[in-house]
Design a binder for this molecule. Structure first.
Ligand code: COS
Length: 382
């Protein structure tokens, strides 16, 4: 569904107020304790944020990607951990079911993902397979009308709060690449599933990340996504194609926030008898940052519309993720520079956002993986 102009503006205004009145003031406490305020999570549920991408027939808002990215840019203005709380339900924790799941799988899980009762999480990465995702070692062995799952997944976002895992595991032991991988839905309370201790991280405190361990975990055969073996790697790639566009929007929302904070500071801070915003070397950093934000927004809106039209956006999703995540890194770096000594001191908040932004160049595919995807696709097209 595409929102009409008025509904879209009203929704974005409401969310912008929520960001400024509720999320930004709660950032510091979350960064210090690593805990998200439960009342904020309830408000996010009430706002329908967990279900923005899930079709209305399953209880979500059923928004098109063009609307979803506007919401991601808006919420992205606050510390990224807030977006992460519901982001897996919107993206990597629900999309495999939506893209390749059976009707029964959709009916069973999507309504509870849409209202936030269930948190979805995506288990692809392992200790020995990060960028080379297809080489994963977790196994799923068919045993009558069940599969027996074994393996350990690493750095799994929202693992400690998840009720449902999308798990990629090898069903064809004769393979070592993506061709023998299948995708499964595993409920967190299934015997044999355990979650490790949340990792201590550089930033994004409040967005929990942990190992997920599967030990002789018996899952019903009907939880094989789409009922088809050995197509799970492709499912994961399709999920990431969309996820990378969404993440680009989060990067760009944060970039705008960081620039705003840096400009506010530059207008107040005086040196050599005047605000530092008057100095052209500061202005150059502001101008470069604004230009990159504008370019990223153009890419995001363009690729989101293309995906809504049903086009293959693999290359463009990677171009956008590469550009937007690298841009927010540069913008955060310039903001620290504009704030000078204050940029390095936690009281001013920029150093926290600088650390938060660092993850974007790594997760949902590193910048180098985006470059490989883009180059391979371009080379094969000429
Ligand atoms: N959509 C649909 N199918 C896709 C696809 C996509 N976006 N990308 C790849 N595929 C298909 C290919 O067409 C190929 O199919 P065939 O075997 O039928 O030809 C198959 O999947 C394997 O593709 P490819 O040969 O490109 O796989 P590689 O093992 O070379 O690796 C990369 C591909 C490196 C791009 C992949 O492993 C990757 O994205 N790694 C990063 C993982 C990541 O983002 N992790 C983040 C953590 S999860 S939040």
């Amino acid at each position: 569904m595409t929102l009409d102009q008025e509904t879209r503006s009203q929704l974005l205004e409401t969310l912008d107020r929520f960001v400024k009145e509720r999320l930004i003031p709660a950032e510091r406490a979350m960064a210090e304790t690593g805990e998200m305020d439960q009342s904020i999570l309830s408000e996010m549920r009430e706002l329908g944020l967990y279900g923005i991408s899930i079709p209305e027939e399953y209880g979500g808002l059923g928004l098109c990607l063009a609307d979803e990215v506007e919401i991601a840019m808006c919420i992205g203005q606050a510390a990224p951990a807030f977006r992460s709380a519901f982001g897996t339900n919107v993206g990597i924790g629900s999309q495999a079911i939506l893209i390749d799941g059976t009707d029964e799988q959709r009916r069973k899980y999507l309504p509870r993902l849409a209202n936030g009762e269930l948190v979805g999480s995506f288990c692809l990465t392992e200790s020995s397979s990060g960028s080379d995702a297809g080489s994963l070692k977790a196994t799923a062995k068919k045993d009558g009308d069940h599969y027996i799952l074994n393996g350990t997944k690493r750095y799994i976002t929202n693992a400690p709060t998840a009720g449902l895992f999308t798990v990629m595991a090898r069903t064809d032991k004769t393979t070592t690449d993506g061709r023998g991988v299948s995708a499964f839905l595993v409920e967190a309370d299934t015997p044999g599933v355990s979650v490790g201790k949340p990792e201590k991280k550089m930033g994004q405190q409040g967005a929990p990340v942990a190992d997920v361990i599967f030990e002789n975990c018996q899952i019903p055969a009907e939880n094989l996504i789409g009922g088809k073996e050995n197509v799970g790697f492709k499912t994961a790639m399709k999920v990431l194609d969309k996820g990378r566009i969404h993440i680009s929007a989060v990067c760009t929302g944060l970039a705008g926030r960081i620039l705003r904070d840096a400009v506010t500071y530059a207008k107040e801070r005086e040196q050599f008898g005047e605000p530092i915003a008057n100095f052209q070397l500061i202005q150059a950093m502001i101008a470069d940052s604004e230009t990159e934000i504008y370019a990223a927004k153009c890419m995001i809106r363009d690729v989101a519309k293309a995906k809504d039209r049903g086009e293959n956006t693999k290359r463009r999703a990677s171009c956008t993720k590469l550009f937007a995540s690298e841009a927010v890194g540069r913008i955060a770096d310039r903001a620290v520079q504009i704030l000078g000594g204050a940029g390095y001191i936690s009281e001013y908040g920029i150093e926290q956002l600088y650390r938060d932004a660092r993850l974007f160049r790594i997760y949902e595919g590193t910048s180098q993986i985006q470059q490989l995807i883009i180059a391979k696709d371009v080379i094969s097209s000429y």
